[in-house]
Design a protein. Structure first.
Length: 439
């Protein structure tokens, strides 16, 4: 029997044909991972066997995700098909802000499972901000002892112990997901200023901050304690990182002069590189960067992207997280209870219907390392809140990161997505019902 072929890279498609029962465990992995690009082929034969042939790191996990989706979405009645599939972008991320409100290993495991189901391969954890400090720095226990306990609105805080972060990192790795921790510098540092008196100009610890304003905190390189603090705090994050990248922030700094800010970024860039990792910075840092191993993450869809474009032309890779497409803390519409709206409302189609290659005029398409969804948690207090903002938009961003525009189709995606609700419900995940078709 000749099997229809879905062109690579493929969107998940259930082909026409007479469905038949396939037991869940009736598939065999093909060749093991090899060097080279991530890709896989998957064949379901008329006899009901699954054959997958993964290639490259992550190929196995991607194939498995497709098999799980096929089996569950068809209620185990999978039609004969053949898929040749490969991702469009290497970085397919989701950022969760665990600093404003803390989410611990239980929730984060569910987030990793969901990310893997949609073939995302990076979990970026925003671990520090004004309101809380969420990872351990061994020779500075006051960071987690004092600022682990704070959060927006006086909510219960928390932090990931080194053991918990290591477990989570291993759990993610088993599912093809790399954890990238972020220490946000030099702004968004109220929690550090609250825990470490010597980081303050007056030498006195700042009050805990539990509001949601931004831009009111900064570290300063002209204070004698700052460089040692950076060694310790960035060093501890690097020590807890298995992958190639650590995120070192750089956004929304309003209390330094431009010269002070650029010098701070360059100090941190050099530190991360010296410690053997590649730094990722939010877009404001773009004009400061000195080494093309450093990556720029675009986020502010209201800002002029000229400096991001210039950095890309100098050889920096770029991750695209445009607020008006991928910030899943934006409200779906005016009636959404949770979330913010500074980037506008972001409905499912907004998250789906865009092309990274043409988003930013002048950005060389080959500079695009990937796409990342982001969930900031100023208004997100519970696990149900969190998933109600991720779903149904996360699969939309994931498909932008995975599939080429010529195989994407909003109407077909929206139709398929209705079946995904059962997948989320089977995993106990909340979602926000949205009108998907005819919009
Ligand atoms: C950001 O949303 N401030 C990176």
């Amino acid at each position: 029997m000749s099997l229809p072929l879905i062109p690579a890279p493929a969107r998940l498609d259930l082909l026409d044909g007479e469905p038949y029962e396939v037991p869940h465990d009736y598939w065999t992995a093909g060749a093991g991972p090899e060097t080279g690009d991530v890709r896989y082929s998957l064949e379901v034969s008329a006899e009901g066997g699954f054959e997958i042939a993964p290639q490259g790191p992550g190929g196995d996990e991607a194939a498995t995700a497709t098999v799980v989706q096929l089996v569950e979405l068809t209620q185990r009645r999978v039609p004969a098909l053949r898929i040749e599939d490969a991702p469009r972008y290497a970085w397919r991320g989701l950022m969760i802000d665990v600093a404003r409100h803390f989410f611990g290993p239980g929730t984060l495991r569910k987030v990793i499972d969901l990310a893997a189901l949609y073939k995302l391969n990076v979990l970026h954890l925003h671990l520090t901000d004004d309101q809380g400090w969420r990872y351990e720095v061994p020779n500075r226990p006051e960071l987690t002892e004092v600022s682990g306990a704070t959060a927006v609105g006086g909510s219960a805080g928390g932090f990931l112990s080194a053991a918990e972060l290591a477990d989570l990192t291993a759990y993610a790795a088993e599912r093809g997901v790399t954890v990238v921790g972020e220490i946000d510098l030099p702004g968004h540092t109220g929690a550090a200023l609250h825990a470490v008196p010597g980081l303050n100009v007056e030498g006195v610890a700042r009050e805990a901050y539990t509001g949601t304003d931004v831009g009111h905190s900064t570290l300063r390189l002209d204070l004698p304690e700052t460089a040692a603090f950076l060694e310790d705090a960035v060093g501890a994050l690097v020590a807890q990182t298995v992958g190639e990248f650590v995120h070192v922030g750089g956004d929304e700094v309003r209390l330094l002069t431009r010269e002070e800010y650029l010098a701070f970024v360059q100090h941190v860039e050099a530190l991360v590189l010296r410690l053997g990792k590649r730094p990722v910075f939010w877009q404001e840092a773009a004009p400061a960067l000195q080494d093309t191993r450093s990556v720029v993450q675009l986020w502010d869809s209201n800002a002029d992207p000229a400096e991001v474009v210039a950095a890309a032309r100098r050889g920096h890779q770029v991750i695209l997280s445009p607020g008006n497409r991928t910030y899943l803390d934006m409200k779906y519409d005016a009636g959404t209870r949770l979330g913010l709206d500074w980037a506008g409302y972001v409905d499912v189609r907004d998250s789906y219907d865009w092309d990274p290659a043409t988003l930013v005029e002048g950005l060389p398409p080959e500079s695009i390392l990937g796409v990342e969804a982001a969930l900031w948690t100023e208004t997100i207090e519970t696990e149900d809140d969190l998933f109600a903002m991720l779903l149904p938009r996360l699969p939309a961003v994931a498909e932008v990161a995975w599939s080429a525009p010529e195989v994407r189709d909003w109407e077909a995606f929206a139709e398929d997505l209705e079946a995904h609700v059962a997948l989320w419900q089977a995993r106990g995940l909340a979602h926000t019902p949205r009108p998907l078709t005819g919009t």
